[in-house]
Design a protein around this ligand. Structure first.
Ligand code: HEM
Ligand SMILES: *[C@@H]1O[C@H](CO)[C@@H](O)[C@H](O)[C@H]1NC(C)=O
Ligand SMILES: *[C@@H]1O[C@H](CO)[C@@H](O)[C@H](O)[C@H]1NC(C)=O
Ligand SMILES: *[C@@H]1O[C@H](CO)[C@@H](O)[C@H](O)[C@H]1NC(C)=O
Ligand SMILES: *[C@@H]1O[C@H](CO)[C@@H](O)[C@H](O)[C@H]1NC(C)=O
Length: 489
């Protein structure tokens, strides 16, 4: 089917014959085919091996043409730091003519270009998430509250096995919902079901060959191809948030925010005089979806990776449990500060994030002006793909770069240390703004579950397969876990 669509298009555009050549002093890469660029050098379903080959041939900073648009791939800590940290503002843009741009309407924060709207919205979110004095509950209490629901699910499966995919997904989705909307949703609630379904479909589409074709060949964008579905999905979600927003506006008390939505509405009131146009309701409804989307799959896939490795490394699991029992002796619940007394658990969680490599190519960046990197000249508006995997697994940066080993985060005295190459949240001004929340979730949920349960790889499950399923976020292959109650210490 692809061929029947692409062939006529190619023939047509060959008439225009815009022969692509790399600009002067541009990072090297494979020869560019007119119109198609380097798209034939990649297997679209899983281009990982192709990328490895290109890196070997062209070095840590190389370029690829997706259709007629160039992209530069960054590998290794040195290039990553120079671009994202040292030359931060030069590299802090987002490509604006991609599939994702069109699905998000350029509102919200994730895909917003480097500029006042992005800056103000980002600052607002960081502040709101940090001072979570919203309502009566602290962020910790919200997370621990949601963890109770995970425990309830697990308790039903004591002595038997369970697939944890939906459980973790539902939990991380619900934690963000509490932040955004001030309430958790019943797992069977229509609202959350529709949103989760739309997201799942859209991330499949965004990962797939159709999105890449959409980005590479603007002329196919108005054709009724599968990517059209994602525009409908976004509309559906926005329709739902509109409803929640209306309810909030009806019931809110200005100055007494219950959640993120209320805070935003307060902020809109405050700004209504001056730059009122930056903060608006359409912005808010996309922003809410952005945060929900950014915070759900990432956190749940990291948790899934955590339990996959904890089950298959029982010695690591037991070591964590010894430390947890000791530090929490006599206490009802864990709190986030306890992490400072749990170097081993901290090391394990960080090592899980390193191995999980949840967002392998980060979110694509874009240069905001003509700039230089590692001696190459890069024009404004060039797409930049930070290969976070290459840093998380870089030889020379880790004691064991290729193997799961919590020692990567422990010094000789057994203290927790964080190497510079730990960047699962990326780095620089675009770095994940949910890092604080994500780290709190990972710690509180993992510790609470390990304290109460023992997780065992089922005898009949065969050999574990650690190879993740490729996508914008990497997902462990579905697995089941066997659950036993631990004796409380
Ligand atoms: C383990 C969990 C998570 C991981 C591994 C992760 C990773 C990332 C990465 C790699 C980026 C791209 C940074 C860049 O462009 O250089 C990002 C951006 C972002 N993340 Fe996360 N994230 C996680 C959880 C969360 C959570 C819980 C939230 C929600 C509160 C969140 C909200 C965002 C937002 C809004 C952005 C866009 C920031 C911007 O463009 O300025 N993330 N995240
Ligand atoms: C990213 O780095 C990893 C590890 O070096 C490599 O296997 C992968 O092919 C790289 N991806 C790209 C897009 O260069
Ligand atoms: C990005 O999306 C917006 C809104 O859908 C659209 O108006 C704009 O033309 C898009 N940008 C590009 C460069 O295609
Ligand atoms: C997760 O939520 C879905 C609905 O979105 C529900 O059908 C499912 O039972 C929930 N699963 C768990 C384990 O909580
Ligand atoms: C939007 O929501 C309303 C009420 O919930 C519904 O009647 C309408 O069909 C929805 N529209 C779309 C495009 O989903």
């Amino acid at each position: 089917m692809l061929v029947t669509i692409l062939l006529p298009l190619c023939v047509f555009f060959l008439f225009f014959n815009f022969m692509c050549r790399r600009p002067k002093n541009f990072p090297p890469g494979p020869t560019i085919v007119p119109v198609l660029g380097n798209i034939l050098s990649l297997r679209l379903e899983n281009p990982l091996q192709d990328f490895e080959r290109l890196r070997k041939a062209y070095g840590n900073v190389y370029s690829l043409y997706l259709g007629s648009r160039p992209a530069i791939i960054l590998n290794g800590l040195q290039a990553m730091k120079e671009a994202l940290v040292t030359k931060a503002s030069d590299f802090a843009g987002r490509p604006q003519d991609l599939y994702v741009n069109d699905t998000t309407d350029r509102k919200g924060v994730i895909m917003a270009d480097y500029g006042p709207s992005w800056k103000e919205h980002r600052r607002f979110a960081l502040m709101t998430l940090r001072n979570f004095g919203l309502g009566k509950q602290s962020m910790e209490e919200r997370i621990l509250g949601e963890t109770e629901f995970i425990m309830n699910t697990l308790e039903k499966y004591i002595g038997s096995t369970l697939s944890p995919q939906l459980m973790f997904h539902n939990a991380s989705s619900n934690i963000i919902c509490q932040v955004l909307f001030g309430k958790r949703f019943d797992y069977n609630d229509e609202f959350i079901k529709v949103i989760v379904q739309c997201f799942t479909e859209n991330s499949k589409l965004a990962n797939g060959p159709w999105a890449m074709l959409y980005d590479s060949f603007p002329m196919i964008r108005c054709l009724p191809l599968p990517f059209m579905k994602s525009f409908e999905n976004v509309k559906k979600c926005q329709n739902l948030t509109k409803y929640v927003l209306a309810e909030h506006k009806r019931t809110r008390v200005p100055g007494e925010p219950r959640d993120f939505l209320d805070c935003y509405l307060d902020e809109m009131d405050k700004r209504s005089g001056d730059d009122g146009c930056l903060f608006s309701e359409p912005q808010l409804s996309m922003y809410a979806l952005d945060l929900h989307f950014a915070g759900t799959d990432t956190t749940s896939n990291t948790l899934l990776t955590a339990f996959l490795y904890l089950m298959t490394h029982p010695d690591v699991q037991e070591h964590c449990q010894r430390e947890i029992d000791e530090v929490l002796k006599g206490k009802d619940q864990v709190c986030f500060d306890d992490r400072n007394n749990m170097p081993y658990v901290q090391a394990v969680i960080h090592e899980v994030q390193r191995i999980a490599n949840t967002v392998p190519l980060s979110v694509f960046h874009c240069t905001t002006k003509n700039t230089e990197l590692m001696g190459y000249s890069i024009p404004k508006g060039t797409m930049i793909i930070p290969n976070l995997t290459s840093v998380l697994h870089e030889e020379g940066q880790w004691k064991s770069p290729h193997k799961f080993n919590p020692e990567n985060f422990l010094n000789d005295q057994g203290d927790f240390v964080k190497p510079e190459a730990f960047m699962p949240f990326s780095a620089g001004p675009r770095m994940c703004l949910g890092e604080g929340l994500a780290r709190m979730e990972l710690f509180l949920i993992t510790v609470t579950l390990l304290r109460k349960f023992k997780f065992i790889w089922p005898e009949d499950a065969g050999e574990p397969d650690f190879t993740p399923v490729y996508g914008v976020t990497l997902t462990p292959k579905p697995y089941r876990m066997k659950i036993q109650l631990r004796a409380m210490h």
